[in-house]
Design a protein around this ligand. Structure first.
Ligand code: GDP
Length: 456
């Protein structure tokens, strides 16, 4: 484990042959260490270089010229990590890069641990915890080169929304605390109605945020989708249409038996993992015997159901049974075989917001289906920039905050003491601050006094 005051170094580009490789050194002694191994051709002194400047020169170690390279210097706090940073951009080559790295280490830098530059950036207040997490996830997803591109990641709307919700809670706490702790100061009593309103606002904001997390997860990992319907309505044909539309992706699922094949199709920009038992691997007789049961079983576990009906026929008992089992599910009603004329009574589907008409055979209606998928998964308003990196920790914090906010609202309505309400709001704010990585107590104190007009 490196100490925060150690100077650390690492290759910040992927360990592969390429045009250039970047060796990054960060810490108090970064520039001194660079000065030991880097000699500018123009005779400049590395130790005197200003921040955000770059020189051309050679990397020399142990009397040996290792490479011609560029040296970029950043002076604290204006760097990625907030510390002094020196970056040597040398010719890309695994062996050469390692030699330069070794020269840095032998000149006094310690090898950086995984994610250490970003951890330092967080510890030095250069980015929030959520930002640091997004960088970390980027790195683990696609190698260290992503770190550079992630450097520019701005605080997304999601973070701002959380911050806003948090500020509202803190503001309530500040009101409550000021009123409670300084009874002589003539501070107006906290009004129950406005507190309820504020708590409701926070609750709905958090609910929205949690939905975004789900959308983010679906966006990243895809969505388990079941195609259900009684036999012969065209489930297999629909599945084939989806698979054939754009490029279908067939993946072996890692960690499962090799013969489990998942068929996925990109629909409306989302990866739908279509269950392969929807018909394509099932023999006709079997379909007859298990039809509706199978549909119901599958409905239990999916995140989205595409419920297929033959629009050229009136609904029968089996169809109605399926409709019953769709209630409360995230589903899209797919009225298939529209090329045969529509005889089904559409008012039977009035309770379902998403009904699309397609002809799987003629591959028509795909656009409507795509739109319905986007709507069903709440991706209409979803900006991948915002939630793409959201993780389970953040989601758990937001969910917990929502629970406490709702409980605070209920406590208020039930006439519980303001002390009890305060504790719940405090816990909710705590969760949100844990999400963003701030400290609740300091922030509350700050809020109290910023509105209290100290000095009086
Ligand atoms: P499943 O049992 O629900 O999987 O249904 P299939 O996909 O096997 O389709 C049953 C029959 O309906 C087949 O003969 C298909 O060619 C036909 N079919 C499927 N979709 C359409 C469609 O959109 N229009 C027409 N006219 N026939 C279709």
């Amino acid at each position: 484990m490196n100490e925060i005051n150690d100077t650390v170094c690492a290759v910040s580009t992927p360990p592969a042959a390429g045009g250039i490789s970047v060796i990054r050194i960060s810490g108090e002694k970064a520039i001194d260490i660079a000065a030991k191994i880097f000699q500018p051709f123009g005779g400049e002194k590395v130790a005197d270089m200003k921040g955000h400047t770059c020189v051309y020169g050679k990397v020399v170690y142990g009397g040996e010229r290792l490479d011609d390279a560029l040296l970029t210097v950043f002076r604290e706090p204006k760097s990625y990590t907030g510390e002094n940073v020196a970056e040597i951009s040398c010719h890309g080559g695994v062996y050469l890069t390692k030699r330069v790295l070794r020269a840095c280490i032998e000149s006094g830098a310690k090898p950086a641990a995984a994610g250490e530059f970003t951890k330092r950036a967080f510890l030095n207040g250069k980015m929030s915890l959520t930002q640091a997490e997004s960088v970390m996830e980027l790195i683990s997803a696609s190698g260290e080169s992503a770190l550079r591109s992630a450097n520019g990641v701005k605080e997304g709307r999601l973070f701002r929304q959380i911050n806003e919700a948090c500020q509202k809670l803190l503001s309530l706490l500040a009101d409550l605390a000021a009123w409670n702790d300084y009874p002589d100061e003539d501070i107006p009593a906290v009004e129950q109605g406005s507190m309820e309103t504020a708590l409701n606002e926070v609750s709905s904001a958090l609910e929205g945020i949690l939905l975004t997390y789900d959308s983010g997860r679906i966006f990243r990992n895809g969505c388990d989708t079941a195609i259900v319907g009684k036999p012969n309505v065209g489930k297999s044909t629909l599945m084939n249409m989806l698979l054939g539309y754009r490029r279908s992706i067939v993946t072996d699922i890692a960690g499962t038996t090799r013969d489990v094949i998942e068929e996925s199709a990109e629909v409306g920009g989302v990866l739908l993992r279509l269950s392969d038992t929807a018909g394509i691997h099932t023999a006709g007789d079997e379909v007859e015997s298990v039809g509706v049961d199978l549909a119901q079983g599958k409905l239990e576990n999916c995140e989205l159901a595409l419920a297929v009906f033959d629009s050229s026929q009136p609904l029968d008992g089996d169809d109605r049974q399926i409709i019953d089992s769709l209630r409360g599910k995230n589903c899209i009603i797919v009225l298939n075989k529209t090329d045969l004329g529509v005889s089904v009574d559409k008012s039977e589907f009035a309770e379902f917001p998403l009904v699309v008409e397609v002809s799987a055979k003629n591959e028509s209606g795909m656009e409507a289906l795509e739109n319905a998928v986007v709507n069903a998964l709440g991706l209409r308003e979803f900006d991948p920039q915002n939630a793409l990196f959201a993780n389970e920790r953040q989601k758990a914090c937001a969910a917990q905050a929502l629970k406490y906010t709702q409980a605070a609202g209920e406590a208020l309505t039930c006439g519980e003491t303001l002390d009890a309400v305060t504790i719940l709001i405090d816990k909710a704010a705590d969760c949100l601050m844990e999400l963003t990585g701030e400290k609740v107590t300091d922030a509350v104190v700050e809020q109290v006094f910023s509105r209290f007009c100290v000095g009086k």
